[in-house]
Design a protein around this ligand. Structure first.
Ligand code: MG
Ligand code: MG
Length: 444
Protein backbone atom coordinates (compact mmCIF):
# COMPACT_ATOMS: atom_id res chain seq x y z
CA UNK A 1 0.00 0.00 0.00
CA UNK A 2 1.33 3.40 -0.92
CA UNK A 3 0.45 6.53 1.02
CA UNK A 4 -2.59 8.26 -0.45
CA UNK A 5 -2.36 11.35 -2.62
CA UNK A 6 -3.62 13.45 0.27
CA UNK A 7 -0.46 12.88 2.25
CA UNK A 8 1.70 14.28 -0.54
CA UNK A 9 -0.68 17.18 -1.02
CA UNK A 10 -0.50 18.02 2.67
CA UNK A 11 3.31 17.87 2.57
CA UNK A 12 3.48 20.11 -0.50
CA UNK A 13 1.15 22.63 1.10
CA UNK A 14 3.31 22.74 4.24
CA UNK A 15 6.53 22.95 2.20
CA UNK A 16 5.16 25.88 0.17
CA UNK A 17 3.88 27.57 3.33
CA UNK A 18 7.44 27.51 4.66
CA UNK A 19 8.89 28.63 1.29
CA UNK A 20 6.56 31.64 1.23
CA UNK A 21 7.76 32.81 -2.18
CA UNK A 22 9.68 31.91 -5.29
CA UNK A 23 10.05 28.55 -7.01
CA UNK A 24 11.46 25.21 -5.86
CA UNK A 25 12.87 22.62 -8.23
CA UNK A 26 13.33 19.01 -7.09
CA UNK A 27 14.74 16.20 -9.17
CA UNK A 28 14.10 12.47 -9.22
CA UNK A 29 16.98 10.12 -8.43
CA UNK A 30 19.12 9.29 -11.47
CA UNK A 31 19.28 5.75 -12.78
CA UNK A 32 22.60 4.18 -11.70
CA UNK A 33 24.34 1.66 -13.93
CA UNK A 34 25.57 -1.54 -12.29
CA UNK A 35 27.62 -3.20 -15.02
CA UNK A 36 27.53 -2.83 -18.79
CA UNK A 37 23.86 -2.17 -19.61
CA UNK A 38 22.42 -3.51 -16.35
CA UNK A 39 20.91 -0.94 -14.02
CA UNK A 40 20.89 -0.93 -10.24
CA UNK A 41 17.46 -1.46 -8.73
CA UNK A 42 15.75 1.94 -8.92
CA UNK A 43 14.61 3.70 -5.78
CA UNK A 44 13.21 7.20 -5.87
CA UNK A 45 15.04 10.04 -4.12
CA UNK A 46 13.58 10.44 -0.63
CA UNK A 47 12.91 14.21 -0.87
CA UNK A 48 11.35 13.85 -4.32
CA UNK A 49 9.11 10.99 -3.21
CA UNK A 50 8.20 12.82 0.01
CA UNK A 51 6.65 15.67 -1.97
CA UNK A 52 5.30 13.88 -5.05
CA UNK A 53 4.73 10.16 -4.44
CA UNK A 54 6.13 9.74 -7.95
CA UNK A 55 8.36 6.68 -8.36
CA UNK A 56 9.63 6.99 -11.95
CA UNK A 57 13.09 8.23 -12.95
CA UNK A 58 13.67 11.21 -15.31
CA UNK A 59 11.24 13.47 -13.49
CA UNK A 60 11.31 16.94 -11.98
CA UNK A 61 8.92 18.83 -9.76
CA UNK A 62 8.36 22.58 -9.56
CA UNK A 63 6.58 24.09 -6.59
CA UNK A 64 5.33 27.66 -6.89
CA UNK A 65 3.59 28.94 -3.74
CA UNK A 66 2.51 32.14 -5.45
CA UNK A 67 1.38 30.44 -8.67
CA UNK A 68 -2.20 31.27 -9.64
CA UNK A 69 -3.33 28.06 -11.27
CA UNK A 70 -0.04 26.24 -11.30
CA UNK A 71 1.48 25.59 -7.88
CA UNK A 72 2.56 21.99 -8.50
CA UNK A 73 4.11 21.23 -11.88
CA UNK A 74 5.55 17.83 -12.84
CA UNK A 75 7.98 17.06 -15.64
CA UNK A 76 7.88 13.38 -16.58
CA UNK A 77 8.72 10.84 -19.26
CA UNK A 78 5.90 10.95 -21.80
CA UNK A 79 3.99 7.78 -22.63
CA UNK A 80 5.73 5.72 -25.30
CA UNK A 81 4.14 2.36 -25.95
CA UNK A 82 7.22 0.94 -27.64
CA UNK A 83 9.52 1.84 -24.76
CA UNK A 84 6.94 0.74 -22.20
CA UNK A 85 7.07 -2.78 -23.67
CA UNK A 86 10.65 -2.94 -22.36
CA UNK A 87 10.62 -0.65 -19.33
CA UNK A 88 7.08 -0.93 -18.00
CA UNK A 89 4.16 1.43 -17.62
CA UNK A 90 4.68 5.19 -17.39
CA UNK A 91 2.25 7.64 -15.89
CA UNK A 92 2.99 10.11 -18.67
CA UNK A 93 1.88 13.72 -18.77
CA UNK A 94 -1.81 12.81 -18.37
CA UNK A 95 -1.12 10.45 -15.46
CA UNK A 96 1.00 13.08 -13.72
CA UNK A 97 -2.11 15.27 -13.56
CA UNK A 98 -4.78 12.63 -13.06
CA UNK A 99 -3.00 10.24 -10.69
CA UNK A 100 -0.45 12.45 -9.00
CA UNK A 101 -2.46 15.64 -8.72
CA UNK A 102 -0.15 17.96 -10.67
CA UNK A 103 -1.81 21.24 -11.72
CA UNK A 104 0.18 21.04 -14.92
CA UNK A 105 2.59 18.50 -16.44
CA UNK A 106 5.13 18.58 -19.24
CA UNK A 107 7.50 16.11 -20.88
CA UNK A 108 10.85 16.12 -19.05
CA UNK A 109 12.61 17.18 -22.29
CA UNK A 110 10.90 20.57 -21.96
CA UNK A 111 12.36 21.32 -18.52
CA UNK A 112 15.20 23.63 -19.71
CA UNK A 113 12.89 25.66 -21.95
CA UNK A 114 10.09 25.95 -19.41
CA UNK A 115 12.37 26.86 -16.51
CA UNK A 116 12.78 30.37 -17.92
CA UNK A 117 9.03 30.74 -18.03
CA UNK A 118 8.54 29.54 -14.45
CA UNK A 119 11.58 31.21 -12.89
CA UNK A 120 11.23 34.61 -14.53
CA UNK A 121 10.01 37.01 -11.86
CA UNK A 122 10.55 34.61 -8.92
CA UNK A 123 12.52 36.27 -6.14
CA UNK A 124 13.91 33.09 -4.59
CA UNK A 125 14.94 29.85 -6.24
CA UNK A 126 15.06 26.72 -4.09
CA UNK A 127 17.45 24.25 -5.67
CA UNK A 128 20.13 22.02 -4.17
CA UNK A 129 23.23 22.93 -6.17
CA UNK A 130 26.02 20.36 -6.05
CA UNK A 131 23.84 17.29 -5.64
CA UNK A 132 23.52 16.64 -9.40
CA UNK A 133 26.49 18.12 -11.30
CA UNK A 134 24.91 16.98 -14.59
CA UNK A 135 21.89 19.22 -13.90
CA UNK A 136 23.77 22.09 -12.24
CA UNK A 137 25.22 23.18 -15.58
CA UNK A 138 21.81 23.47 -17.24
CA UNK A 139 20.33 25.29 -14.23
CA UNK A 140 23.13 27.85 -13.91
CA UNK A 141 23.00 28.48 -17.66
CA UNK A 142 19.28 29.18 -17.39
CA UNK A 143 19.86 31.57 -14.49
CA UNK A 144 22.55 33.34 -16.54
CA UNK A 145 20.19 33.67 -19.50
CA UNK A 146 17.45 35.10 -17.29
CA UNK A 147 19.90 37.66 -15.91
CA UNK A 148 21.09 38.59 -19.38
CA UNK A 149 17.51 39.05 -20.52
CA UNK A 150 16.50 41.19 -17.56
CA UNK A 151 16.39 44.30 -19.75
CA UNK A 152 13.71 42.64 -21.85
CA UNK A 153 11.44 42.49 -18.81
CA UNK A 154 12.44 39.09 -17.30
CA UNK A 155 14.15 38.99 -13.96
CA UNK A 156 16.32 36.25 -12.51
CA UNK A 157 15.80 35.06 -8.90
CA UNK A 158 18.14 36.99 -6.59
CA UNK A 159 18.25 34.37 -3.82
CA UNK A 160 19.39 30.79 -4.25
CA UNK A 161 18.17 28.69 -1.31
CA UNK A 162 18.57 25.03 -0.37
CA UNK A 163 15.17 23.29 -0.21
CA UNK A 164 16.71 20.74 2.18
CA UNK A 165 16.68 23.35 4.94
CA UNK A 166 12.88 23.16 4.93
CA UNK A 167 12.44 19.56 3.84
CA UNK A 168 14.78 18.03 6.38
CA UNK A 169 13.06 19.79 9.25
CA UNK A 170 9.72 18.53 7.98
CA UNK A 171 10.97 14.97 7.58
CA UNK A 172 12.55 14.96 11.05
CA UNK A 173 9.14 15.14 12.75
CA UNK A 174 7.16 12.10 11.69
CA UNK A 175 3.42 12.33 10.98
CA UNK A 176 0.85 9.77 12.11
CA UNK A 177 1.04 8.06 8.71
CA UNK A 178 4.83 8.01 8.72
CA UNK A 179 4.87 6.48 12.19
CA UNK A 180 2.40 3.82 11.00
CA UNK A 181 4.73 2.99 8.08
CA UNK A 182 7.75 2.84 10.40
CA UNK A 183 5.83 0.58 12.74
CA UNK A 184 4.98 -1.74 9.82
CA UNK A 185 8.63 -1.75 8.69
CA UNK A 186 9.74 -2.54 12.26
CA UNK A 187 7.17 -5.35 12.63
CA UNK A 188 8.21 -6.96 9.33
CA UNK A 189 11.89 -6.60 10.21
CA UNK A 190 11.43 -7.93 13.76
CA UNK A 191 9.66 -10.99 12.39
CA UNK A 192 12.50 -11.62 9.90
CA UNK A 193 15.02 -11.29 12.76
CA UNK A 194 13.12 -13.83 14.83
CA UNK A 195 12.94 -16.24 11.89
CA UNK A 196 16.69 -15.82 11.30
CA UNK A 197 17.29 -16.72 14.96
CA UNK A 198 15.11 -19.81 14.65
CA UNK A 199 16.94 -20.86 11.48
CA UNK A 200 20.48 -20.47 12.84
CA UNK A 201 22.53 -23.61 13.58
CA UNK A 202 26.28 -24.24 13.68
CA UNK A 203 27.64 -25.37 10.31
CA UNK A 204 25.34 -23.10 8.32
CA UNK A 205 26.68 -20.19 6.30
CA UNK A 206 25.97 -16.55 6.95
CA UNK A 207 24.38 -16.28 3.50
CA UNK A 208 21.79 -18.90 4.39
CA UNK A 209 20.64 -16.68 7.24
CA UNK A 210 20.78 -13.69 4.89
CA UNK A 211 18.41 -15.65 2.62
CA UNK A 212 15.98 -16.29 5.48
CA UNK A 213 15.91 -12.55 6.27
CA UNK A 214 15.31 -11.65 2.62
CA UNK A 215 12.56 -14.23 2.35
CA UNK A 216 10.61 -12.80 5.28
CA UNK A 217 11.30 -9.19 4.27
CA UNK A 218 9.81 -9.76 0.83
CA UNK A 219 7.03 -11.99 2.14
CA UNK A 220 5.83 -9.04 4.21
CA UNK A 221 5.31 -7.10 0.97
CA UNK A 222 8.30 -4.86 1.49
CA UNK A 223 9.76 -3.86 -1.90
CA UNK A 224 13.37 -3.56 -0.72
CA UNK A 225 15.71 -3.41 2.24
CA UNK A 226 16.63 -0.09 3.82
CA UNK A 227 20.38 -0.89 3.64
CA UNK A 228 22.66 -3.88 2.99
CA UNK A 229 22.14 -6.63 5.56
CA UNK A 230 24.98 -7.49 7.93
CA UNK A 231 25.15 -11.16 8.94
CA UNK A 232 28.40 -11.33 10.87
CA UNK A 233 29.44 -14.44 12.77
CA UNK A 234 32.35 -14.79 15.16
CA UNK A 235 34.93 -12.06 14.84
CA UNK A 236 33.27 -10.73 11.65
CA UNK A 237 30.95 -8.97 14.10
CA UNK A 238 33.83 -6.69 15.11
CA UNK A 239 33.89 -5.21 11.58
CA UNK A 240 31.20 -2.54 11.73
CA UNK A 241 30.14 -2.61 8.06
CA UNK A 242 30.86 -6.27 7.30
CA UNK A 243 28.50 -7.54 4.60
CA UNK A 244 30.28 -10.29 2.68
CA UNK A 245 27.99 -12.67 4.61
CA UNK A 246 29.78 -15.78 3.36
CA UNK A 247 31.39 -17.47 6.36
CA UNK A 248 30.50 -20.80 7.90
CA UNK A 249 29.29 -20.40 11.50
CA UNK A 250 30.85 -22.45 14.27
CA UNK A 251 29.41 -23.60 17.60
CA UNK A 252 30.29 -21.29 20.49
CA UNK A 253 30.26 -18.17 18.31
CA UNK A 254 27.90 -15.25 18.30
CA UNK A 255 25.98 -14.06 15.25
CA UNK A 256 25.33 -10.32 14.81
CA UNK A 257 22.55 -9.38 12.39
CA UNK A 258 21.93 -5.75 11.44
CA UNK A 259 19.02 -5.70 9.01
CA UNK A 260 15.91 -3.67 8.30
CA UNK A 261 13.38 -3.49 5.53
CA UNK A 262 11.46 -0.65 3.95
CA UNK A 263 7.70 -0.19 3.86
CA UNK A 264 6.08 2.86 2.22
CA UNK A 265 9.54 4.43 1.92
CA UNK A 266 10.22 4.15 5.66
CA UNK A 267 12.91 1.78 6.90
CA UNK A 268 13.59 -0.10 10.11
CA UNK A 269 17.14 -0.47 11.45
CA UNK A 270 17.44 -3.37 13.90
CA UNK A 271 20.47 -5.24 15.27
CA UNK A 272 20.42 -8.40 17.32
CA UNK A 273 23.28 -10.62 18.49
CA UNK A 274 22.79 -14.21 19.66
CA UNK A 275 24.74 -17.47 20.11
CA UNK A 276 24.92 -19.69 17.01
CA UNK A 277 24.30 -22.83 19.10
CA UNK A 278 21.67 -21.24 21.33
CA UNK A 279 23.78 -20.97 24.48
CA UNK A 280 25.71 -17.89 25.65
CA UNK A 281 29.15 -18.59 27.13
CA UNK A 282 30.11 -16.89 30.41
CA UNK A 283 32.19 -14.21 28.63
CA UNK A 284 29.53 -13.61 25.98
CA UNK A 285 26.95 -13.20 28.75
CA UNK A 286 29.11 -10.63 30.52
CA UNK A 287 29.50 -8.47 27.42
CA UNK A 288 25.92 -8.97 26.23
CA UNK A 289 24.37 -7.97 29.55
CA UNK A 290 26.59 -4.88 29.67
CA UNK A 291 25.51 -3.74 26.18
CA UNK A 292 21.87 -4.53 26.97
CA UNK A 293 22.05 -2.55 30.20
CA UNK A 294 23.64 0.42 28.41
CA UNK A 295 20.93 0.28 25.76
CA UNK A 296 18.12 0.11 28.33
CA UNK A 297 19.53 3.12 30.20
CA UNK A 298 19.92 5.12 26.98
CA UNK A 299 16.37 4.27 25.86
CA UNK A 300 14.97 5.27 29.27
CA UNK A 301 16.60 8.65 28.78
CA UNK A 302 14.53 9.38 25.64
CA UNK A 303 11.80 11.98 26.18
CA UNK A 304 10.96 15.47 24.91
CA UNK A 305 13.36 18.15 26.10
CA UNK A 306 16.47 16.02 26.65
CA UNK A 307 19.31 16.42 24.18
CA UNK A 308 20.23 13.92 21.48
CA UNK A 309 23.76 13.95 22.88
CA UNK A 310 22.65 13.00 26.39
CA UNK A 311 21.27 9.67 25.11
CA UNK A 312 24.79 8.86 23.90
CA UNK A 313 26.35 10.09 27.14
CA UNK A 314 24.25 7.71 29.25
CA UNK A 315 25.26 4.78 27.04
CA UNK A 316 28.93 5.77 27.27
CA UNK A 317 28.69 6.11 31.05
CA UNK A 318 27.26 2.59 31.38
CA UNK A 319 29.73 1.08 28.92
CA UNK A 320 32.74 2.68 30.62
CA UNK A 321 31.45 1.65 34.01
CA UNK A 322 30.89 -1.92 32.87
CA UNK A 323 34.28 -2.20 31.17
CA UNK A 324 35.88 -1.10 34.41
CA UNK A 325 33.97 -3.70 36.43
CA UNK A 326 35.09 -6.38 33.94
CA UNK A 327 38.69 -5.26 34.39
CA UNK A 328 39.05 -4.17 30.75
CA UNK A 329 39.55 -0.51 31.69
CA UNK A 330 41.35 0.74 34.76
CA UNK A 331 41.28 4.09 36.54
CA UNK A 332 38.66 6.62 37.69
CA UNK A 333 35.48 6.56 35.55
CA UNK A 334 35.54 10.32 34.98
CA UNK A 335 39.02 10.10 33.48
CA UNK A 336 38.13 7.05 31.36
CA UNK A 337 35.26 8.99 29.81
CA UNK A 338 37.19 12.26 29.45
CA UNK A 339 40.07 10.52 27.74
CA UNK A 340 37.69 8.39 25.68
CA UNK A 341 39.46 5.17 26.64
CA UNK A 342 36.26 3.26 25.88
CA UNK A 343 36.46 4.23 22.18
CA UNK A 344 38.70 1.27 21.37
CA UNK A 345 35.77 -1.00 22.20
CA UNK A 346 32.84 1.30 21.44
CA UNK A 347 33.84 3.44 18.47
CA UNK A 348 30.49 4.56 17.00
CA UNK A 349 27.71 6.86 18.15
CA UNK A 350 24.70 5.52 20.03
CA UNK A 351 22.02 7.02 17.78
CA UNK A 352 21.03 8.47 14.44
CA UNK A 353 17.73 9.76 13.08
CA UNK A 354 15.64 7.14 11.28
CA UNK A 355 12.99 7.52 8.60
CA UNK A 356 12.95 7.40 4.80
CA UNK A 357 16.74 7.10 4.84
CA UNK A 358 18.34 4.75 7.34
CA UNK A 359 20.63 7.59 8.42
CA UNK A 360 17.80 10.05 8.12
CA UNK A 361 18.00 13.78 7.57
CA UNK A 362 17.61 16.44 10.23
CA UNK A 363 20.14 18.60 12.05
CA UNK A 364 21.76 17.09 15.14
CA UNK A 365 22.87 20.49 16.38
CA UNK A 366 21.04 23.79 16.44
CA UNK A 367 22.93 27.00 17.15
CA UNK A 368 25.97 24.88 18.05
CA UNK A 369 24.09 22.92 20.75
CA UNK A 370 22.95 19.32 20.72
CA UNK A 371 19.33 19.26 19.62
CA UNK A 372 16.54 18.64 22.10
CA UNK A 373 14.25 15.70 21.37
CA UNK A 374 10.65 16.43 20.35
CA UNK A 375 7.58 14.21 19.95
CA UNK A 376 7.54 12.62 16.48
CA UNK A 377 11.30 12.27 16.17
CA UNK A 378 12.60 8.72 15.66
CA UNK A 379 16.11 7.68 16.59
CA UNK A 380 18.00 4.43 16.88
CA UNK A 381 19.59 3.42 20.18
CA UNK A 382 22.41 1.03 19.36
CA UNK A 383 25.33 0.67 21.74
CA UNK A 384 27.84 -2.07 21.04
CA UNK A 385 31.16 -3.53 22.17
CA UNK A 386 33.77 -4.88 19.79
CA UNK A 387 36.94 -6.76 20.76
CA UNK A 388 39.08 -7.19 17.65
CA UNK A 389 40.67 -10.61 17.51
CA UNK A 390 44.10 -9.37 16.45
CA UNK A 391 44.41 -6.85 19.33
CA UNK A 392 46.95 -8.48 21.63
CA UNK A 393 46.43 -5.89 24.38
CA UNK A 394 42.77 -6.89 24.95
CA UNK A 395 41.76 -9.55 27.49
CA UNK A 396 42.12 -12.79 25.49
CA UNK A 397 38.83 -14.21 26.75
CA UNK A 398 36.86 -11.40 25.08
CA UNK A 399 38.79 -11.30 21.80
CA UNK A 400 36.62 -11.96 18.74
CA UNK A 401 33.42 -10.90 20.49
CA UNK A 402 31.32 -8.25 18.75
CA UNK A 403 27.93 -7.35 20.16
CA UNK A 404 25.49 -4.62 19.15
CA UNK A 405 21.85 -4.27 20.17
CA UNK A 406 19.83 -1.75 18.16
CA UNK A 407 16.24 -0.60 18.48
CA UNK A 408 14.18 2.10 16.81
CA UNK A 409 12.69 4.55 19.29
CA UNK A 410 9.90 7.06 18.75
CA UNK A 411 9.86 10.16 20.97
CA UNK A 412 6.32 10.49 22.35
CA UNK A 413 4.71 13.32 24.33
CA UNK A 414 5.49 11.60 27.63
CA UNK A 415 8.63 9.65 26.78
CA UNK A 416 9.27 7.00 24.20
CA UNK A 417 7.93 3.98 22.37
CA UNK A 418 10.20 1.19 21.11
CA UNK A 419 8.91 0.55 17.58
CA UNK A 420 11.12 -2.52 17.13
CA UNK A 421 10.13 -4.16 20.43
CA UNK A 422 8.94 -7.35 18.72
CA UNK A 423 12.48 -8.47 17.89
CA UNK A 424 13.57 -10.76 20.78
CA UNK A 425 16.58 -9.58 22.79
CA UNK A 426 16.48 -10.95 26.35
CA UNK A 427 19.14 -13.64 26.77
CA UNK A 428 16.74 -16.36 27.94
CA UNK A 429 14.34 -15.54 25.10
CA UNK A 430 17.16 -15.86 22.56
CA UNK A 431 18.40 -19.13 24.05
CA UNK A 432 14.87 -20.52 23.84
CA UNK A 433 14.35 -19.88 20.13
CA UNK A 434 17.75 -20.09 18.38
CA UNK A 435 17.91 -23.19 16.14
CA UNK A 436 14.29 -24.18 16.71
CA UNK A 437 13.58 -24.20 12.95
CA UNK A 438 11.47 -22.16 10.58
CA UNK A 439 8.43 -22.95 8.47
CA UNK A 440 8.23 -21.04 5.21
CA UNK A 441 4.49 -21.69 4.81
CA UNK A 442 4.76 -22.56 1.14
CA UNK A 443 2.13 -25.17 0.21
CA UNK A 444 3.65 -28.43 -1.05
MG1 MG B 1 21.80 -0.82 12.05
MG1 MG C 1 21.67 2.21 12.92
Amino acid sequence: MMPSNNIFKKRRREFMRRMKEGAALLLSAPVAMRNNDVEHEYRQDSNFFYLTGFEEPDAACLLLPQGKNEKFVLFVRPRNLQEEVWGGHRAGVEGAIKRFGADKAHPISELPKRLEEYLGGAKAFYFQLGARPDMDKMITEKLGQLRANSRAGFSAPSDLRDPAAILHEMRLIKSREEIAALRAACDASAKAHEMAMRATRPGMSEYEIDAVLRYFFRKSGSPRMGYPTIVASGSNATTLHYNANNRKMKPGELLLIDAGTEIDYMTADITRTFPVNGKFSKEQKEIYSLVLEAQAAAIRRVKPGVTFQSVHEIAVQKIADGLKKLGVLKGPIKKLIEKKNYVRFYMHRTSHWLGMDVHDCGAYYTAGKSRKLEPGMVLTVEPGLYFREEEKSYPAKFCGIGIRIEDDVLVTKKGYEILSHKAPKAMDELEAIVGKGVRLNIPQ
